[in-house]
Design a protein around this ligand. Structure first.
Ligand code: AMP
Ligand code: MN
Ligand code: MN
Ligand code: MN
Length: 299
């Protein structure tokens, strides 16, 4: 690997949440890595939804461009009727227990996609399934692919309104699914040698008491990390989540949740620094050439 970009004692930029076209991102893993390098990211995690298929390509691209690539995942979980996203960092993508777990979640995804396509028939779009299959190109099918079809067919002006009018809970094309159990997702990640992270916790619209219960439950089950800084979090939410993570003795992570160059509000490397007092997840990672270095962010 080429770590020339990591000059000793220079602050380094960690972006520990991003997507490629193996899930619902727009870029190939190679283009994602190139863009991350151009945006000043030093350590990038690829965390596709429910699949690790992009990691091998991302690793090769990273070794060529001087970025350190952290193999990751973002697992869909149902916890007390709420859809949660649990990121895994530093996983071994070849781990059998992890892959067996992901296969189950991928099957749930597939069945949900077929049910969503039935809902599309009812709103006058009978060919949605074929279209999303093509968009996904044999990889996992996401609601983002259905959103793209709604826009293409003139049913929504943009991504956000496609979700708001059709794809969110309570809307005509929303289909509930039983995703992985929180305990199972954590177990798979740990079996694969990784650390489990609650992704963008402020996005779940939980009360303060319920958010605390989630953090405590997560910690008891072996979860270690909270994604404190995310493009989905306001500065007030960052402060609140950081405090709660500290109270529960959990480490802090930071990621853009990049999906596409078009989504300018979630750009690679454009993330705030962790609040003072947070304990960074990377503090004991001892990555080559990053010892004794602090983090910086451009955001
Ligand atoms: P899925 O995992 O297939 O249910 O799709 C969830 C993905 O849709 C998330 O990871 C986001 O990329 C995207 N998404 C979720 N909610 C919204 C929203 N309100 N507006 C735009 N995109 C959303
Ligand atoms: Mn997504
Ligand atoms: Mn997510
Ligand atoms: Mn994500």
């Amino acid at each position: 690997m080429n770590y020339n970009m990591l000059v000793k004692n220079m602050p380094i930029c960690y972006d520990l949440h991003s997507h490629s076209y193996y899930s619902d991102g727009d870029l190939s893993p190679s283009d994602l890595v190139l863009r991350a390098a151009a945006k000043g990211v030093d350590v990038l995690a690829l965390t596709d939804h429910d699949t690790t298929d992009g990691i091998a390509e991302a690793m090769i691209a990273a070794s060529k461009s001087g970025i350190i690539l952290i193999p990751g995942i973002e697992i869909s979980v149902t916890w007390q009727n709420t859809l949660l996203h649990i990121v895994g960092l530093r996983i071994d993508p070849d781990n059998k227990m992890l892959q067996a777990g992901l296969e189950g979640v991928q099957k749930t995804r597939q069945e949900r996609a077929e049910k969503i396509a039935q809902r599309f028939k009812k709103i006058g779009l009978p060919d949605a399934y074929q279209a999303v299959l093509e968009y996904a190109g044999g990889d996992i099918i996401s609601r983002n692919h259905f959103a793209r079809y709604l826009i293409e067919k003139g049913f929504a002006k943009d991504h956000k309104s496609a979700f708001k009018r059709y794809l969110l809970k309570g809307k005509p094309c929303y289909v509930a699914a039983d995703w992985a159990e929180l305990k199972d997702a954590i177990d798979w990640i740990r079996a694969a040698g990784g650390q489990a992270v609650i992704a963008h916790p402020a996005r779940y619209q939980l009360s303060n008491a319920k958010l605390k219960a989630l953090f405590e439950n997560f910690s008891l089950l072996g979860g270690e990390v909270i994604e404190v800084v995310s493009s989905a979090h306001s500065p007030t939410e960052v402060t609140k989540v950081a405090r709660l993570a500290n109270e529960c003795g959990l480490l802090a992570s930071s990621g853009s949740d990049f999906h596409s160059p078009k989504a300018v509000w979630a750009e690679l490397g454009k993330i705030r620094a962790l609040p003072e007092g947070s304990s960074p997840v990377w503090k004991n990672w001892n990555l080559p050439s990053t010892q004794n270095q602090t983090s910086y962010c451009s955001g």
